[in-house]
Design a protein around this ligand. Structure first.
Ligand code: NAD
Length: 366
């Protein structure tokens, strides 16, 4: 029996509530598949600040480094908002991304047929949308040097950021793009601005070169402005998208609104150093700690549960079990069960635990 060590970092607010349900689903699917999961919980974010003074205590980081995967909730809240930037709860997540060199961020945007009316786009446009956006997370404009502000001799200032990528940085995220596309419909779209930016010309050349290693995946290149338009005009034309940090930041949010609610959006961040040098992955819902509903038992756990499905697929290579979880979510929604955030007028509403329980029971039935 394979044994996998999973670090569980629920964090603050509804992170605690939704991660508990995701763990229950993982236990159920592990049991059904004959895999053994060892869950170890650790402090991060505001709760960690209260207990230790640090948003990412050393034992938490050590646990993450020695685990096969990390299941993360969310961090932050009004209680810690007054702290200086470096000591804020959100630093816990940023520090983890940095320490583990989590360079590829995967965000699916799936339009569930039964929730199609929650999308701001027309049914005819959005129906059938199933996109994975892969965003480079550690390079580009947000980290490039030089950057800063300097006074101008004649008055005013000059502000600078630098979009910079090296060949190895592009190669590694391109490989993630091709590997993910291989597990989906084998179509990869690389997004850049190669008609204007030199850094994008390098991006395009390197992605094309890596593409030769993946003859079974069809690669095309799209300019970022065209991609932004096409996402709202005909999102079904996309399967897997890979792009640099800034473009990915914007496009993944744009793609996310196609799916309707925050409570439905999972994510994965893949990095370099995990247990025994195995690539490590951090899996988390896109949403935050939702202080307005925290503690009420009404948060939607589906984003966290779908993040657990991504954990199975991308860190543990348990694609069949990931499919099983995703199918269970779909069936429970088809049966008409809704948390408050995705309920239309007149629909029956269930709480966080009940939604978790319904999905666990469906997974158990297989
Ligand atoms: P949020 O995502 O927490 O909430 C935005 C809105 O969506 C709220 O109305 C909330 O009730 C609703 N919502 C979010 N998740 C939901 C779910 N699962 N089910 C039902 N409704 C849900 O964003 P915010 O209010 O801007 O941020 C609150 C706190 O979370 C802040 O401290 C912020 O810094 C933090 N935050 C953390 C992360 C993270 O840990 N990755 C991400 C975003 C925000």
């Amino acid at each position: 029996m394979s044994t996998y060590r999973i670090a569980v970092l629920p964090g603050d607010g509804i992170g605690q509530e939704v991660v508990a349900e995701a763990v229950r689903v993982l236990r159920a699917v592990g049991k059904a598949a004959g895999a053994s999961f060892e869950f170890e919980e650790a402090l991060v974010g505001g709760g960690a600040i209260d207990a230790t003074g640090q948003p990412l205590p050393a034992p938490t980081l050590a646990l993450c480094r020695s685990s096969h995967a990390i299941l993360f909730g969310s961090v932050g809240g009004p209680k810690w908002d007054h702290l200086p930037q470096e000591q804020r709860a959100e630093r816990g997540l940023l520090a983890l991304r940095k320490e583990l060199d989590l360079y590829a961020n995967l965000r699916p945007a799936t339009c569930f047929p039964m929730l199609v009316d929650a999308s701001p786009l027309k049914r005819s446009v959005v129906e059938g949308t199933d996109i994975m956006v892969i965003r480079e997370l550690t390079g580009g404009l947000y980290f490039g040097e030089p950057r800063g502000r300097a006074p101008l001799a004649g008055g005013g200032e000059r502000g600078v950021n630098t979009m910079v990528y090296t060949t190895p940085e592009i190669e590694r995220v391109a490989r993630v793009g091709f590997e993910v596309a291989r597990k989906r419909k084998k179509r990869l779209t690389s997004v850049d601005k190669a008609n204007v930016l030199t850094v994008s010309q390098l991006w395009r050349e390197v992605v094309t070169k890596i593409g030769k290693e993946y003859p079974d995946v069809t690669l095309d290149h799209v300019l970022v402005d065209n991609c932004a338009m096409a996402l709202v005009q005909k999102p079904t034309q996309f399967d897997t998208i890979v792009t640099e940090n800034t473009f990915g930041d914007i496009l993944s949010d744009e793609a996310a609104i196609l799916a309707g609610s925050m409570g439905m959006l999972p994510s994965a961040s893949l990095g370099v150093a995990g247990a025994g040098g195995v690539p490590v992955g951090l899996y988390e819902p896109v949403h935050g700690t939702a202080p307005d509903i925290a503690g009420k038992g009404i948060a939607n756990p589906i984003a966290a549960i779908l993040s657990a499905a991504m954990l199975l697929r991308y860190s543990l290579s348990m694609g069949r079990e990931a499919d099983r979880v995703e199918a269970a979510v779909r069936r429970v929604l088809e049966q008409g069960h809704r948390t408050r955030d995705i309920a239309a007028a007149g629909e029956r509403i269930v709480g966080t635990k009940d939604m978790g329980e319904l999905i666990v029971r469906d997974v158990e039935r297989g």
